[in-house]
Design a protein around this ligand. Structure first.
Ligand code: 13P
Length: 278
């Protein structure tokens, strides 16, 4: 059964580790992440962007696929199904479809509007036992205002994404790194509120560890699994393996990419410290 992130976040804050959010794109992605979490006895959050949700034929299809896998793969570790960077409308659609966790990204609105829309969702999510992530200071390399973070945290959200110089996708060569000053200032204002680090792809291990020590309890990874899947698939095709025997069978063609996602997720769960925490 899907769970909200409330308990896994509380335990992560208490135990000084982070739970990974791994974004899903299709059946292979979902199966690879769930099996790795189960093997490592780690809690896990499956992230679904609005675009990926559409690609996978809509939120109801996603909920059906994930619930089916939880049962048929005998997954016993805590799993949350989470909308990533949701709009207000997307959040409502995912709540109705059966997601157990929602991110409402109001960071592009003026702070008053972000507060008003987040407040409306806090109430709905509370009633339904769904966890809610809010965002302040967009994930485009900017740093959030710690006072605005406190305003949003005080609304009663489950976890807070604050921009600390992180970005989605690959980091450029001249990236200045995470702003630990901002992170510490946000933490100072919001206390034990679990903080979320977006853009987990390519952040060096020492920065990840420092971020966790400063209150980050959830780390999002998307691009790194995509790169691993693409590289493994490329290698298979370039070696001409799809032309040997029944190597063109999708169950064979997609297997190296599937294994590459598993390896990436394992590496991240070990780095985040969530192994054995289920
Ligand atoms: P990356 O694609 O950079 O790993 O970021 C993922 C993310 O933050 C999803 O919200």
């Amino acid at each position: 059964m899907l769970v909200s992130t409330k308990e896994m976040m509380a335990k992560a804050v208490e135990g000084h580790y982070a739970v990974g959010q791994f974004n899903i794109n299709n059946l292979e992605w979902t199966k690879a992440i769930l099996l790795t979490a189960e093997e490592l006895k780690s809690p896990v959050i499956l992230g679904v962007s609005e675009g990926a949700g559409k690609y996978m034929c809509g939120y109801k299809t996603v909920v059906g696929m994930v619930n089916g896998m939880l049962e048929e793969l005998n997954i016993t570790v805590p799993v949350a199904l989470h909308l990533d960077h949701g709009s207000f409308e997307g959040a409502k659609a995912c709540i109705n479809a059966g997601f157990s966790s929602i991110m409402f990204d109001g960071s592009h609105y003026p702070i008053e509007e972000n507060i008003a829309k987040t407040t409306a969702l806090v109430n709905t999510c509370d009633v339904l036992g769904i966890s809610l992530e809010a965002e302040v200071g967009s994930i485009g390399g900017e740093c959030a205002d710690p006072d605005e973070c406190k305003m949003i945290a005080d609304l009663g959200v489950t976890m807070l994404a604050a921009g600390i110089g992180n970005i989605h996708g690959k980091y450029p060569e001249n990236w200045a790194g995470l702003s630990f000053e901002t992170l510490a200032a946000v933490k100072e204002k919001v206390g034990d509120m679990p903080l979320v680090l977006h853009g987990g792809t390519g952040i060096p291990a020492d920065m990840i560890k420092k971020a966790i020590s400063l209150g980050v309890a959830k780390i999002n990874v998307n691009t790194e699994c995509q790169l691993a899947f693409a590289a493994a698939t490329r290698e298979y095709v370039e070696a001409g393996k799809d032309l040997q025997g029944k190597g063109f069978d999708p169950r064979k063609l997609l297997a190296p990419g599937f294994e590459a996602i598993k390896a990436t997720v394992k590496e991240k769960m070990e780095l985040f410290g969530s192994v054995g925490k289920a």
